[in-house]
Design a protein around this ligand. Structure first.
Ligand SMILES: *[C@@H]1O[C@H](CO)[C@@H](O)[C@H](O)[C@H]1NC(C)=O
Ligand SMILES: *[C@@H]1O[C@H](CO)[C@@H](O)[C@H](O)[C@H]1NC(C)=O
Ligand SMILES: *[C@@H]1O[C@H](CO)[C@@H](O)[C@H](O)[C@H]1NC(C)=O
Ligand SMILES: *[C@@H]1O[C@H](CO)[C@@H](O)[C@H](O)[C@H]1NC(C)=O
Ligand SMILES: *[C@@H]1O[C@H](CO)[C@@H](O)[C@H](O)[C@H]1NC(C)=O
Length: 331
């Protein structure tokens, strides 16, 4: 609304309409068909992008002229007409976009989710420094995460879920490229290698103070579960399920006070079940899924101290012994 308003004041000045009563001006301002003048270079970028993809339903065919109604998914700034956001979610677009969007340096957010874009994830997105939200989820992007993306230090949300051809080693910078990272969703891809130190080790603390959502489920991640998941103080759900994680889990798997979902299922974790899940967890943990691993031994009675637990999944392990009597006290 603010943008539109400022824009209208500009128009009125240009047209010499300052005498118009406020109400009329306001009506003028709400008219969605008011023209907007795209920055010529940004316009050329959008058209280059469109020419490199398939646009089967012709939904972007209207991109032309200076009526904002025609520019589906595009918003631009009042001053300068720079493209400031592009949202083409669920528009049935496909193909390899190449470098089409890479010079739209004012862009934020960029949401291309739920299409069928393919080809490698453009390394040149790493120069879209102003991005705080980048969502490329549910597409067919491939290759690996380009190192140039480590420069996106304003990102709050990086969502790359469900790009089955996207993989390679999880880059070492994935946990410390942006101090503002709140949401990282790399699930349903093909990432390999261990969880990098920058993501789950205490020395990264100062980087991930606001990370609330971490989903690495359904990749091919190997190695062990670091005992210091605790250091991620803001984390609420943590999903590492459906990977190749193995080894024993530290007996004192201390976790953040805010964590309410911990899913480590469908891995190859072994040894005893962690006996001390952590102080914070006693208050808040709602769901604990350790099923489909190779945990052995008895169910530690301490598990009954998780007062708020509503779902506890321990099936498909090698557990033995008795079920702790007080398990009935759980909610
Ligand atoms: C893009 O548009 C969809 C539907 O219009 C909306 O749900 C989504 O939040 C938008 N994405 C961003 C990043 O604002
Ligand atoms: C998406 O486009 C394809 C053509 O490439 C068409 O066959 C299909 O029906 C479209 N799907 C939707 C949901 O519009
Ligand atoms: C990026 O954002 C900042 C702050 O909002 C703004 O001053 C700057 O002009 C933007 N950069 C570009 C290239 O648009
Ligand atoms: C990020 O973490 C990696 C691995 O821990 C480290 O090598 C690198 O220096 C860190 N980068 C920054 C900018 O802190
Ligand atoms: C974790 O991710 C897997 C795979 O995407 C999903 O099936 C599962 O429901 C998620 N767990 C939770 C607790 O949401």
């Amino acid at each position: 609304m603010n943008r539109t308003w400022v824009f209208c004041l500009d128009v009125s000045r240009v047209l010499g309409l300052r005498f118009l009563p406020g109400l009329l001006l306001a009506l003028l301002c709400l008219d969605p068909s008011l023209s907007f003048d795209l920055d010529p270079a940004d316009k050329a970028s959008l058209l280059l992008f469109r020419s490199s993809i398939q646009n089967p339903d012709r939904r972007l065919s209207a991109w032309s002229g200076s009526d904002r109604a025609y520019w589906t998914g595009v918003s631009c700034s009042v001053v300068g007409g720079r493209v400031v956001s592009l949202n083409l979610t669920d528009m049935n677009q496909s193909g390899d976009m190449g470098r089409g969007l890479c010079s739209l340096s004012s862009l934020d957010p960029l949401d291309l989710s739920w299409n069928r874009f393919s080809g490698s994830i453009p390394p040149c997105f790493g120069s879209l420094y102003n991005l705080t939200i980048l969502n490329l989820g549910y597409n067919q992007f491939g290759r690996n995460l380009p190192d140039s993306w480590s420069r996106l230090d304003n990102l709050r949300e990086l969502i790359l879920t469900s790009n089955r051809e996207l993989g390679g080693m999880l880059p070492s910078w994935i946990g410390n490229f942006s101090d503002r990272l709140e949401k990282l969703d790399l699930s349903l891809n093909s990432f390999e290698g261990a969880v990098p130190a920058s993501l789950l080790q205490p020395n990264s603390l100062k980087h991930l103070t606001v990370l609330g959502f971490l989903n690495l489920a359904d990749n091919a991640i190997t190695g062990g579960i670091p005992s210091c998941i605790a250091s991620l103080e803001s984390l609420t759900p943590l999903n590492l399920s459906h990977n190749l994680l193995r080894y024993e889990v530290s007996p004192g798997l201390v976790i953040s006070e805010k964590l309410f979902v911990l899913d480590l299922s469908f891995n190859e974790l072994d040894g005893p079940l962690p006996s001390r899940i952590g102080k914070g967890a006693e208050k808040g943990l709602l769901l604990l899924d350790l099923s489909h691993n190779q945990f052995s031994g008895e169910i530690p009675p301490q598990i009954t101290e998780l007062k708020s637990l509503q779902v506890l999944l321990l099936s498909h392990n090698l557990l033995s012994g008795e079920i702790p009597a007080r398990i009935g006290n759980l909610t």
